[in-house]
Design a protein around this ligand. Structure first.
Ligand code: SF4
Length: 363
């Protein structure tokens, strides 16, 4: 069934109204979601917007913001201590500060790609003589799954290295750091869990926000709302994605997250430590927290590969195409930085729809 949210005429009409509302005044909007970046680029929405309206990608790809020191620590756990490390596909290829999990696997580490956390737990059940650590990354969208599995009680030879991160503290960090942002498109998937009200504390920064879905019209309507709010001088949270996002979010998911996790500071790759933006297992589940079980100390610091501009790309201050390595030394087949690895990475998305990416894409 054709959705009005895909209707090109409505999308163009929305872009025209955005142009009228902004009247040529600059408007710089940030989104923090890899799927939004894909939808914006895939649908060519930036080309439809007036030139005074800029939509930039922030730190919305969980693979991209996973600290290089954590990847190194997991490589070490596998190579030096014989632990089986499981994780999702994209993470394996991300360069750490010293090496990637794929390189550690090539050097003899038992590193396995899984499609779900329950697959990893099943492996641990089937091989009780081995220790398993699952590298649990992701935002509020994936954290509830980790929480549920831990509450259920996996086998004693299984633990998680929790690198889950929270989006609203990252948005607040960007606002406090003085980044030039006139408004936020809030992430659709994350918001289904945390609800539109999770952003209300950010109203003190006087920036309009709109939760958006992933169809072209969803995104255009969110931009239009931000433009209207800016003109009126308001800074509310508009829920454009009300067909999927409730004000209170998913209460069951929030409850299990609260039961399993405590909030901690987290190291965001290319950005640094963001207070209160991470999740670690609570004391009662600490036997399942690999960081404590194995005494893992993660080094933090500036660890982007040499010449890579991912830090600036993640802050929206540099476009992927502006990195000197883009499409030359750095491609999805041979990624230099994390933003070129994941399908949600800004550089990987930009490459896919660049002239070179379109030429090299398989039909
Ligand atoms: Fe980093 Fe590659 Fe993107 Fe440059 S093109 S910022 S090296 S991921």
């Amino acid at each position: 069934m054709f959705s009005k949210y895909k209707d090109r005429d409505l999308v163009r009409r929305a872009a025209e109204i955005i142009a009228k509302v902004t009247g040529g005044d600059p408007l710089r909007i940030m989104h923090v979601c890899g799927t939004h970046e894909w939808a914006i680029t895939h649908n060519g929405l930036r080309d439809l917007l007036p030139t005074n309206v800029q939509v930039v990608a922030g730190p919305g790809c969980p693979v991209c913001v996973t600290a290089g020191g954590e990847i190194d620590a997991l490589c070490g756990l596998s190579l030096d201590r014989g632990v089986v490390v499981t994780t999702f596909g994209d993470v394996i290829r991300v360069p750490g500060a010293r090496s990637s999990l794929a390189e550690a696997k090539a050097s003899g580490g038992d590193i396995r790609m899984v499609y779900s956390l329950s697959d990893a737990i099943r492996m641990a059940e089937l091989e009780p003589g081995k220790d398993f650590v699952h590298f649990a990354i992701g935002f509020e969208t994936t954290a509830p799954t980790t929480a549920i599995e831990i509450i259920r009680g996996p086998p004693g030879n299984f633990s998680v290295f929790s690198s889950h991160k929270l989006i609203p503290p990252a948005m607040e960090y960007l606002l406090r750091s003085g980044a030039r942002i006139d408004g936020f498109i809030c992430p659709g998937h994350v918001s289904t869990i945390i609800g539109a009200r999770a952003y209300k504390d950010l109203a003190k920064y006087s920036k309009p926000m709109a939760v958006a879905g992933f169809e072209p019209l969803d995104i255009m309507l969110a931009i239009l709302n931000i433009a209207i709010q800016r003109r009126r001088g308001t800074a509310k949270v508009y829920n454009e994605y009300a067909r999927a996002v409730r004000d209170s979010g998913n209460e069951v998911a929030l409850r299990v997250m609260k039961k399993a996790f405590r909030i901690c500071d987290a190291d965001w790759r290319g950005i640094g430590i963001i207070p209160g933006s991470g999740l670690r297992l609570r004391e009662e589940y600490s036997s399942y927290e690999a960081a404590e079980k194995y005494g893992i100390a993660v080094e933090s610091g500036d660890e982007m590969p040499q010449g890579c501009s991912c830090g600036d790309v993640l802050l929206g201050s540099v476009r992927a195409e502006e990195c000197p390595l883009f499409g030359r030394e750095c491609t999805p087949e041979r990624p230099v930085g994390p933003c070129m690895v994941s399908i949600e990475g800004t550089c990987a998305i930009a490459f896919k729809y660049s002239d070179r990416g379109l030429r090299t894409r398989r039909p």
